[in-house]
Design a protein around this ligand. Structure first.
Ligand code: GLY
Length: 380
């Protein structure tokens, strides 16, 4: 990084710290997903409590705690973890996103404060995640068919998704923590399956793949949250880039580093001049849908990749800086008028709504800026 880059990082970090302190005070015990008129909504009601993004605000609070040491963030984050522990009683709604829910909350709490509740609940979550593994096809099943219908015939019993790579660190952590390698083996089998069935020749990845749950054979892929079949949903590319790298960092297996680099090289080659990332790299020119979350997540992955592979570090770091600067200049709101920082986030190409605040956009933006500022705290 140049001296100018460092100055920009310090300034951006300061803006984040100031805004997040104020936002925490007015957020109280809410668990936000998006904003309504600029103010965080609340997914802590029991009917919403299993929503896959409910760990991210807790994660932002732990990032703030790590930077400031202010106990108010730890108290708020622990409160969120207590609330989401209700999910264990709502078994039918639990799915592959155990890592997204428990790594930024209970596991972060354990890592930063030695919280025994956090360790126990993190291990409980890891066991449920490992229990979704289908050894016929070596995949962790995505989603559930219908609430309470686990034993009936299902249509998506063979589905797995690229996003799930980001849940694997919960399994690696559980193996490290307990000395029992079975969690790690499940994670590696799933990551190997993803290399085989998701990673395309050009470095792009599928979003959803269906495996025959009895024979383990590849059946078909789906466009999922992207533009369509064979397209290139950018957040999925980001999950792959970062997720494969995390498998490398936990296992040291070079094939995961290679997979991450392959996705990264593809991703970097697609970054538009503006540095702003579309929802799908293969979407039509109009409407010009964007997804700031994909830029923030990919930046985190690229910054870690730069550290893991010093020979290509500058290429990956420059790409991350380009996207993060574009976000900071054009897609961030640091005023006290809104609770969110990042704007122009999109959950899914074909959804009715586009370009709104999404909590994991803010989480990964913060993670990326704090990484650039030198933080070594790992949520994943
Ligand atoms: N993991 C779901 C998503 O990225 O929208």
């Amino acid at each position: 990084m140049t001296a100018n880059d460092r100055e920009w990082v310090d300034k951006t970090k300061k803006l984040i710290l100031e805004k997040e302190s104020l936002v925490a005070d007015r957020t109280g015990d809410k668990i936000p997903y998006t904003t309504v008129n600029g103010i965080f909504d609340d997914k802590s009601d029991v009917r919403d409590i299993n929503w896959w993004t409910n760990g991210f605000y807790g994660g932002m609070l732990w990032l703030m705690f790590k930077e400031t040491g202010d106990e108010k963030y730890a108290r708020m984050a622990k409160n969120i973890a207590d609330k989401i522990s209700v999910c264990f009683d709502r078994y039918y709604q639990l799915d592959h996103d155990m890592g997204f829910l428990w790594l930024p909350t209970d596991v972060a709490s354990y890592r930063l404060t030695g919280d025994e509740n956090g360790r126990r609940r993190g291990l409980h979550a890891a066991n449920i995640l490992a229990g979704r593994f289908n050894p016929a096809g070596n995949y962790i099943r995505a989603w559930n068919d219908g609430i309470g219908k686990e034993n009936g015939p299902t249509s998506n019993v063979g589905w797995c998704i690229i996003d799930c790579l980001m849940n694997l660190p919960l399994l690696y952590w559980a193996s490290k923590e307990t000395g029992d390698p079975r969690f790690k083996h499940v994670a590696m089998l799933h990551a190997d399956m993803a290399i085989k069935n998701f990673l395309r020749e050009d470095g792009s990845v599928n979003h959803i793949v269906e495996i025959n749950p009895e024979t383990g054979e590849f059946v078909q892929s789906f466009g999922g949250q992207g533009y369509g079949l064979g397209s290139s949903w950018t957040r999925g590319q980001s999950w792959a880039l970062y997720g494969f790298l995390l498998s490398y960092l936990y296992t040291g297996e070079k094939r995961y580093l290679k997979a991450s680099e392959k996705v990264a090289d593809y991703f970097v080659s697609c970054i538009p001049e503006s540095g702003l990332i579309p929802v799908d790299f293969r979407q039509p020119k109009e409407p010009a849908y964007e997804d700031s979350t994909a830029a923030a997540i990919a930046s985190c992955g690229l910054l870690e990749l730069a550290k893991a592979n010093p020979s290509n570090a500058s290429k990956y770091e420059e790409a991350a800086l380009k996207m993060l600067k574009a976000l900071t200049e054009k897609r961030c709101n640091f005023t006290d008028k809104t609770d969110n920082i990042l704007e122009y986030c999109t959950a899914s190409y074909h959804a009715n709504d586009h370009h709104f605040a999404i909590i994991y956009g803010d989480f990964f933006f913060m993670e990326a800026i704090f990484k650039l500022a030198g933080s070594d705290f790992k949520v994943w």
